[in-house]
Design a protein around this ligand. Sequence first.
Ligand SMILES: C[S@@+](CC[C@H](N)C(=O)[O-])C[C@H]1O[C@@H](n2cnc3c(N)ncnc32)[C@H](O)[C@@H]1O
Length: 225
Amino acid sequence: MPELPLQNTLEKMRADWDARARENARYYVNTATEEWTDETFFASGERTIAEEILTDMTNICQGREPKQMKVLEIGCGAGRVTRALANLFGEVHAVDVSGEMVARATRAVENLPGAHVYQNNGMDLSVIPGDNFDFAFSTIVFQHIPSREVIENYVREVSRLLRPGALFKFQVQGDTSIKTTEDDTWLGVPFSDADAVAMAERCGFEPRYRHGAGEQYFWLWFFKK
Ligand SMILES: C[S@@+](CC[C@H](N)C(=O)[O-])C[C@H]1O[C@@H](n2cnc3c(N)ncnc32)[C@H](O)[C@@H]1O
């Protein structure tokens, strides 16, 4: 059981994201509009895949066939990206701290037998069966997590589940002028380039590429050593 302040943050993340999901899940997942249809919402997930995955298949697949690959997703929300990942890869295992989001993501992938969605405790991947995953992905999730300890724990957990050489491609908040508090679950802790490199080293990754340091969308390519 985590220490009390951390336990409070985890409970707050779950409660706040459950409330956001009940109010307007798709808006809080992607604030581009308050009025997503099924079609536009899932098309935006396919666009994320087109921009972040299909442009980067050499690093991601490393010669493997996507349909033979096992992939992790952290913070699946309402299944926007999960569905697109499951259209491309053989197996997708996705977690989210919010049961309300998980219910929506589960419906989003109900016709995709390779997709599996789990509610987790907001800080580890113990709900995921197996290991030797080929790729892990997370977008617009860590930018909302107000605890450095939680983010680093996820990075360590992904390292535990990836096969050596595999890539964890993810986005963190890179604007270090942002002030955060542990009870605000909208603004996540920022990372400088040096913070990101040090975290990779502590968690068993080579931080081979970084893009967008200093910006909201700070992308990291961590390769498991
Ligand atoms: C803005 S949404 C993005 C969802 C999805 N990645 C996408 O791009 O469509 C952020 C998601 O992260 C989840 N989340 C926030 N804190 C989390 C945590 N500590 N562990 C797991 N999921 C978390 C929220 O419940 C929410 O579903």
